[in-house]
Design a protein around this ligand. Sequence first.
Ligand SMILES: [Zn+2]
Length: 157
Amino acid sequence: MFQLQSEKELLNSFRSRDRKAVEAPKGTRFPLFVRDYLAWVDPYGVRVFLVFQTPGTQRPIGIAFRRDQQGDKTLTSRLCEWCHSNGTADQIGLLTTDLDAKRRVGVNLCRDLRCGERLESEANRAGRDALDDAKMLLGKMERFASEGLAIEMGPKK
Ligand SMILES: [Zn+2]
């Protein structure tokens, strides 16, 4: 659980290169209390945004993804690398984000990033503790941010 005091704090969780593309979800009221993470799709369906915080990151981390592989209607089942849900290309696809000015990194994920809800209902069905799954999911987000994107953790200077 973490808290976002203002829209500014929400925007500041993103890297400066991403910030101009970010629009806070419509109707968001601050302060905003976030249980595990916040994910929302922009009004055009082009981008999906993620804001999360872990004990390791010490501050909210925002990532702006592009949903590049839109309209791919192949029926092959795909796997989300974060929550391991299976789905069609409509549900799971390559989300990419800038690594720097020249390079992008991509990862196959639920296109709406509602991995947490899927893990939770899966855990409930299996009689498992959903908390462990949420922790695992946040750990994957943290690893992607730190190792995949080299985002600096800890308080902002
Ligand atoms: Zn997922």
